[in-house]
Design a protein. Sequence first.
Length: 103
Amino acid sequence: MDVLMILGAANSVVIFTKTSCCMSHSIKTLISSFGANPTIYEIDKLPNGKQIEKVLKTALGCNPSVPAVFIGKEFVGGSNEIISLNIQGKLKPLLIRANAIWI
C-alpha cells in the first residue's frame, strides 16, 4: 500500500491504467482535455503490476482495478467517480486546487 500511495502522490494527477482498458483511455482523455498532464502508470507493463493491481482491489476497493485516479495526492476513485465529478462540475475545480491546471 505504501508504494501505491507514494506513486499516487508523485504528481498532481496520477492515473493507474491498463493498456487494453477503454475506460482508462477515456479517463486519461477527459482529464487531459482540461489541460492537465497526468502521470500514467500502465500496470500491465510494470514489473510489479500484479502487486499494484492487488492493492488497488483490496486496500482501495477498486473494482475494476483500473482506472484508479489520484488528484492532489489523494485517491479520488475510478471511472464512475471521475465521470460523476465532471458531470457535477467538480472535476475542473479539483484539478485547479491540485495545481494540475491553472485556468
